[in-house]
Design a protein around this ligand. Structure first.
Ligand code: GTP
Ligand code: MG
Length: 629
C-alpha cells in the first residue's frame, strides 16, 4: 500500500514537472508565449506513443504492459470512425527516453509485406499472438490511472450543441458555450503534434535539426474540433530569436553539401514531390497524398488514418507560422476575442459564406482578420494594431524569413502595456460586428490590421485585406464581387436578426414581472432563440431586409416583377422599366423565390399597416436603429 502511495506521489511530481507548469517562466502573465506553448506541445509529443487497441477496455492491460518501459503520466482514448470504430490510446510517459524505449520494443508485423518503419504509431496485439516468450513480468502490476478521455476526439453532436445553447440563460452565455463545446480540445492538439513529430522523425537521420511545425488554427486558439493541420517543414532551426549557437566559435568542420542548380521555387517543388513520395510510400497512417505544387505556397495534402486528420504540409514561407503567432497573441490578449470569433465563424459557415474547400468565397482566415480589424478600430479598441506591436519590438523579437520578410513584432504582451477599457458584452460586440460590416465601404476601402483603420483600396479586388506580414499582398484576393456582396447582405440580415434577439432578450422572463418563469424557461428550451437564430441554414434564411438600412435603401417595388406587383393589391405601382421574364432551371429555386416574395409582400403589408397607424416605426425599433457603435 505504502509503495502505491509513494508511486502516486512520484507520478504526481512528474506530472507537475512535465505537464502542468509552463516549460519556462512565461513573460505573459503566467500564460505560455506562443513559442513556449509550441515547445511544451513538442515535448509532450516526444514523450507520447499511440497504440491501437481493440477497445478502451484493453487500457488496463496496455497500461500494465507498457509500464515496463517507464512511468505513464496519463492516457487518452479516442476513436477513428470508418466502417467500424477503430480504437486508439495515447500514452504519455514521463520522459522522451521512456517513450523511445517503448517504440524501440516494437516489432515488425510479419503478416504484412510493407517496409517496417519506426514511428510512434503502434498496435497492441493479443497476448497469444505475441508468441510464447513473454517479457519480464512486473512484480506488482500498477493500478492504471483512469483514462483522461474516452472517445476524446469526437466533435460535439449538432443536436446536443443546440440543446446546450437553448439551455443558456442569455446570448453571452450562448457565445461562451459555443466556444467551449466546439473548440479544439487538448487531445486534438496532442494528436496534431504527434502527426508533426512523425514527419520530423521520419527524416531525422539525414536532417537531424529539421522541425515539422504545426501552425494555423490547430495552434492559434481559433481551431474547432476536426480542423485541419497546417504543417511547415523547416530544415534549419530558424524560427527562434537567434540561439546561443551564434555566439559560439564557428566550427571548422563543414558538412559537404549538394548544391542546388535550379531556381529556388522549382527546387522546393522538386523536394516536395520527393517528400510526398516518401510520406506516401513509407509512413504508417498516411494516405490520399495529393501534391499541390503550383500554388503560391506549394503544399502536400494528405490524410492520416490513425488520427483522422487532414494535413497540409508546406516547406516554404514561414509567414503563415508567424501569422499564427499574431492570432494566438490576439486571442490571449482579451478573453472575448476567441468566443466572438467562434460565433462569427459558425454564423458564416451556417449561411454558406465559408466553405472548407478554397474558392471564390471568404476563407476562415480572412474572416478572422475581419474580426480582428473590427476589434482594433472600436472607439475603445479591444486589440492593438500590428504597427503598435512592431514598434514595441526588442532585438530578441527580430524574425526575418529566408525570403527576407520581416516578421518582427513584440512577443511580450506585458511590455506592450496595452489595456482595453472596452466593457462591451459579447452580444453587444457581435451586433456591432454585423453593423460595422453592413456599413463598411468594401468598394473603396482596404482593411489594414497593421494600421487598425481602413485605407484607400490599391486595386479593384472585391475585398481587400492587407496581408499583415506581406503588406503588398491581399489576403482576400480570391473573394469574388458576388461573394463580397453576399457577405454584405448576410451581415445585414444578421444585424437585423440579432438586434431583434437582443431586444426580445431584454423583455425576457427575468426582466419582466408577472411572468411564470418556469413555463417560460421550458419554452426557451424548446425553441430556437438568441444565437441559434443566426445559425439557420441558408434555405431558411430571413428575407433580405435591405430596405431597412439607410442610406442604401432600395425601393421594395424593385424586388418584384411587374406582373406580380400589379396583381398584388398591396404592392407598389408598376416599375417604370418592365422586368425581364425569368426562366428558372430548377423548380425548387422557383419555389424558394416565390416563398420569399410572398413573405416579403406580407411583411410589406404589415409595415404599411403600422405606418398608417403611426406615421413611422418607433425610433428604437430594430428596423430603424442605425449602428450604435
Ligand atoms: P481553418 O483551417 O479553416 O480552421 O483555419 P486556418 O486559420 O488554419 O486557415 P488556413 O488553414 O487556410 O491557413 C493556415 C494559416 O496560414 C492561417 O491561420 C494563417 O496563419 C496563415 N495564412 C493563411 N493565409 C495567409 C495569407 O494570405 N497570409 C499570411 N501571412 N498568412 C496566411
Ligand atoms: Mg488550417
Amino acid at each position: 500500500m505504502n509503495s502505491l502511495v509513494r508511486r502516486t506521489h512520484h507520478l504526481h511530481q512528474l506530472w507537475r514537472t512535465y505537464c502542468s507548469a509552463p516549460a519556462a517562466a512565461s513573460r505573459n502573465t503566467g500564460r505560455p508565449s506562443y513559442e513556449e506553448f509550441i515547445g511544451q506541445q513538442q515535448g509532450q509529443a516526444q514523450r507520447s506513443i499511440i497504440v491501437q487497441v481493440s477497445s478502451e477496455k484493453s487500457y488496463a492491460e496496455l497500461y500494465n504492459y507498457c509500464s515496463r518501459f517507464g512511468s505513464i503520466l496519463g492516457a487518452h482514448h479516442y476513436c477513428v470512425r470508418q466502417d467500424e470504430a477503430l480504437h486508439y490510446v495515447l500514452l504519455e510517459y514521463a520522459t522522451a527516453g521512456e517513450a523511445a524505449a517503448a517504440i524501440d520494443a516494437g516489432v515488425t508485423n510479419g503478416e504484412l509485406s510493407g517496409v517496417p518503419v519506426r514511428s510512434p504509431f503502434l498496435w497492441f496485439r493479443a497476448a497469444a499472438a505475441a508468441g510464447a516468450r513473454r517479457g519480464p513480468k512486473l512484480t506488482a502490476a500498477p493500478a492504471p490511472a483512469a483514462l483522461l478521455s474516452v472517445d476524446g476526439n469526437r466533435p460535439v453532436e449538432k443536436d446536443h450543441l443546440l440543446s446546450v445553447l437553448r439551455s443558456a440563460s442569455n446570448i453571452e452565455e450562448q457565445v461562451e458555450l459555443l466556444h467551449q463545446h466546439s473548440r479544439l480540445n487538448e487531445l486534438g492538439v496532442r494528436l496534431r503534434f504527434l502527426a508533426a513529430l512523425q514527419v520530423q522523425q521520419a527524416i531525422a537521420g539525414m536532417f537531424p535539426t529539421a522541425q515539422a511545425l504545426p501552425f494555423g488554427s490547430s495552434v492559434n486558439g481559433f481551431g474547432k474540433m476536426g480542423c485541419d493541420l497546417d504543417l511547415i517543414l523547416r530544415f534549419d532551426n530558424d524560427t527562434g530569436g537567434g540561439g546561443s549557437a551564434a555566439k559560439l566559435e564557428p566550427s571548422r568542420l563543414v558538412y559537404h553539401t549538394k548544391e542546388n542548380l535550379s531556381n529556388g521555387r522549382s527546387q522546393t517543388q522538386r523536394h516536395m514531390e520527393c517528400f510526398g513520395d516518401m510520406l506516401h510510400l513509407f509512413l504508417p497512417g498516411v494516405c490520399h497524398v495529393r501534391r499541390i505544387l503550383q500554388a503560391r505556397v506549394p503544399i502536400i495534402k494528405y490524410h492520416h488514418e490513425h488520427l483522422d486528420l487532414e494535413i497540409d504540409l508546406s516547406m516554404s514561407n514561414l509567414t503563415g507560422y508567424y501569422m499564427s503567432e499574431l492570432l494566438y497573441m490576439f486571442g490571449e490578449l482579451d478573453v472575448r476575442v476567441r468566443p466572438l470569433t467562434f460565433s462569427i465563424r459558425r454564423w458564416a459557415q451556417s449561411c454558406g459564406l465559408t466553405n472548407p474547400s478554397p474558392g471564390r468565397w471568404i476563407s476562415n482566415f480572412s474572416l478572422t482578420c475581419l474580426v480582428m480589424f473590427f476589434l482594433q478600430q472600436l472607439r475603445q479598441p479591444i486589440l492593438p494594431t500590428i504597427s503598435a506591436l512592431t514598434k514595441a519590438a526588442e532585438p530578441s523579437d527580430m524574425r526575418i524569413t529566408e525570403d527576407g520578410i520581416n516578421c518582427t513584432f513584440a512577443r511580450d504582451l506585458e511590455r506592450l502595456a496595452f489595456r482595453s477599457r472596452n466593457q462591451s458584452s459579447l452580444s453587444e460586440l457581435l451586433l456591432q460586428f454585423f453593423e460595422f460590416y453592413s456599413q463598411f465601404d468594401f468598394h473603396n476601402r482596404a482593411i489594414s490590421l497593421n494600421e487598425g483603420r481602413a485605407l484607400a483600396k490599391p486595386d479593384h479586388s472585391a475585398m481587400y485585406i492587407v496581408n499583415p506580414l506581406e503588406q503588398l499582398l491581399n489576403v482576400s484576393k480570391n473573394v469574388s464581387l458576388e461573394e463580397c456582396e453576399r457577405l454584405r447582405i448576410e451581415v445585414r440580415n444578421a444585424a437585423w436578426v440579432l438586434e431583434s434577439e437582443v431586444e426580445s432578450a431584454s423583455l425576457s422572463p427575468e426582466a419582466s414581472e408577472g411572468h411564470n418563469n418556469k413555463n417560460n424557461n421550458n419554452e426557451r428550451l424548446e425553441m430556437s432563440w438568441g444565437l441559434l437564430n443566426l445559425f439557420k441554414q441558408p434555405e431558411k434564411a430571413v428575407i433580405r431586409p435591405n430596405m431597412f438600412f439607410k442610406p442604401r435603401m432600395v425601393e421594395v417595388s424593385d424586388l418584384f416583377e411587374q406582373k406580380e406587383s400589379s396583381s398584388a393589391p398591396t404592392a407598389s405601382p408598376s416599375p417604370s422599366t418592365p422586368e425581364p421574364t425569368i426562366t428558372y432551371k430548377s423548380a425548387s429555386v422557383r419555389q424558394q423565390v416565390q416563398t420569399i416574395k410572398a413573405a416579403t409582400r406580407s411583411e410589406l403589408k404589415q409595415l404599411r399597416g403600422s405606418a398608417n397607424g403611426s406615421s413611422a416605426a418607433p425610433a428604437n425599433s430594430p428596423k430603424n436603429r442605425r449602428s450604435s457603435r
